[in-house]
Ligand binder design. Structure first.
Ligand code: MSP
Length: 516
């Protein structure tokens, strides 16, 4: 997933590659759980990775605050919808602060800037002749904010939420999605990598090939939404307004030069449950409004708990703070990124996270840092020697850096971290063989310790998108200047960068072992 070069025009023109990454915006009636955190941490790590490459990054997230579901929740709590969303949106802001998420903007769909952009975008679709008035009658799941076909239901209930659907009938405006079947297929053909992984691309293609029906895009049954500019009796259907957030935040309505500098070179990260909206409706909506469809749609699987999707209705949610209080922020981020290959479903369990914590963080990374600092203390008076240019680890490190860069670039954090841990394991193995703690101080001991310090420096750089605090702490304990995130890759990960002659700090274990 390379950054996009040369997209910027006008006063935003720049030769620096740009990386625009988004997450879906979260429904505020839910509380943030580790399924949402999974999406966030992936997007955050990719954003950090691109910053480390020196790219110009814009990372967007936010909350989806309209729709029946929200209006009903507010009513149930005896407050106005606005009061309700103000309070609940805050929970997401706080949850992401607690997970060290580095978003550049947080959009709320109730903000005036968003209403203006939605009205402008949808008016364009209307003016271009892609809407029409009709009567919609269908079975609706309020939790999904989506219509269901009779054939999809399980015992009359929504297949995702297991809750009853409702019969809805009203006069709506429709978007002529059916008119885009051919153009969408052409777009998929011309852009084979637009939707990834390929299994998810095939799923989207299957939906299109199965035939597209026009979709109802407005409601008269609620006032809680963005008013339709050409017919004020209607508000837009929540999904229709929500998708436009990706345009609002980059100046669609108020800064065309800025908008052109970021669009369409976006990377939308999304879960597999919202493929239809993002990979079918959204490109068609963009075409209908006369802008290019999004360039990259990256679809991840679900994080399951005991094989089930987390949801409020199932009451099996785990709050991110429950885990971070227990394991620490970076350990949770590491687990989310490392345990599940991008695109497949993962499973969360306390045994799983504990096992990974102990094996990868306590025994491998933490232990390496601790033993190197201890032996530098006993054999080198606490002053770290410089890296040995002839160390076997130099070649290991070069391969690891190349593999990690490739994996991050392809949006595969689990492979990037797997590669990084090869360097950690090889460095531990090198120490086991050389046993510097048993040897007399001298050039051989300095060479092996200097190389271990250099490997740790490179590891700190490579883990920084996943574990920013850990990275900074290793950097500090090695006596290095500045912050790892201010370094640039790949150049600063070349073997030989550890200067030597720095005081190496012995401190408490980074990841104390946990009982299993
Ligand atoms: N509001 C819509 C998105 C609109 S984007 C224009 C929505 N919100 S959501 O809160 O239900 O989901 C947001 C994201 O969280 C989705 O990508 C969804 O897949 C993800 N997840 C919610 N639960 C999840 C898991 N258990 N596991 C992984 N991701 C999950 O849909």
């Amino acid at each position: 997933m390379g950054p996009d070069r040369g997209a910027a025009r006008g006063r935003y023109a720049t030769s620096v590659p740009r990386f625009y990454v988004t997450t879906p915006i979260y429904y505020v009636n839910d509380v943030p759980h580790i399924g949402h955190a999974y999406t966030m941490v992936i997007a955050d790590a990719l954003a950090r990775w691109h910053r480390l490459q020196g790219d110009d990054v814009f990372f967007l997230t936010g909350t989806d605050e309209h729709g029946d579901k929200i209006a009903r929740a507010a009513e149930a709590h005896g407050v106005s919808p606005q009061e309700w969303v103000d309070a609940t949106s805050r929970r997401f802001v706080e949850a992401w602060e607690g997970l060290d998420i580095s978003n550049d903007d947080f959009i709320r769909t109730t903000e005036p800037r968003h209403h203006i952009a939605v009205q402008q975008f949808l008016q364009k679709i209307h003016d271009n002749g892609f809407t029409e008035l009709g009567v919609y009658s269908g079975l609706y799941c309020v939790s999904c904010e989506d219509y269901k076909k009779e054939s999809e239901l399980i015992d009359g209930n929504c297949p995702i939420h297991g809750t009853p659907v409702e019969l809805l009938e009203e006069e709506n405006y429709f978007f002529k999605l059916s008119a885009f079947e051919g153009r969408l297929l052409e777009w998929y053909e011309a852009n084979p990598d637009a939707v990834r992984p390929s299994s998810k691309r095939n799923e989207a293609l299957g939906i299109i090939r199965g035939g597209l029906e026009d979709i109802s895009i407005t409601r008269t049954s609620t006032r809680w939404g963005v008013e339709v500019p050409w017919d004020s009796a209607h508000v837009f259907y929540v999904w229709y307004d929500a998708l436009v957030n990706y345009l609002t935040a980059i100046g669609y309505a108020d800064d065309p030069a800025r908008f052109d500098s970021w669009w369409p070179a976006v990377h939308h990260i999304l879960g597999k449950d919202i493929i239809r909206f993002h990979c079918v409706w959204w490109p068609a909506m963009c075409m209908a409004a006369g802008i290019d469809p999004p360039a990259h749609l990256l679809v991840h699987g679900w994080l399951l708990v005991s094989g089930e999707k987390m949801s409020k209705s199932r009451a099996n949610q785990i709050a991110p703070s429950d885990l971070t209080d227990d394991f620490g922020v970076d350990a949770v981020r590491y687990f989310l990124l490392r345990d599940t290959p991008f695109g497949t479903d993962g499973d969360f369990s306390y045994e799983g996270i504990t096992a990974r914590y102990n094996a990868d963080l306590a025994n491998n990374l933490g232990n390496l840092l601790a033993r190197v600092a201890t032996v530098v203390g006993s054999k080198c008076d606490g002053m770290g020697p410089g890296a040995d240019p002839d160390s076997r680890l130099a070649a290991v490190s070069a391969t690891v850096v190349a593999d990690a860069i490739a994996a991050w670039g392809e949006g595969q954090p689990h492979l990037a971290l797997e590669a990084t841990w090869r360097l950690i394991r090889e460095t531990n193995a090198e120490l086991e063989t050389a046993e510097p703690w048993k040897a007399e101080p001298g050039p051989a001991v300095s060479a092996v310790l200097g190389s271990a310090l250099e490997a740790l420096r490179i590891v700190a750089l490579l883990v920084s998108p996943a574990m920013p605090d850990t990275s900074a702490e290793i950097w500090r304990r090695l006596g290095l200047d500045g912050r790892p995130e201010d370094r640039r890759l790949p150049q600063d990960a070349t073997w030989g960068g550890y200067p030597g002659g720095r005081a190496v700090e012995k401190a408490a274990p980074l990841f104390p072992r946990r009982s299993e």
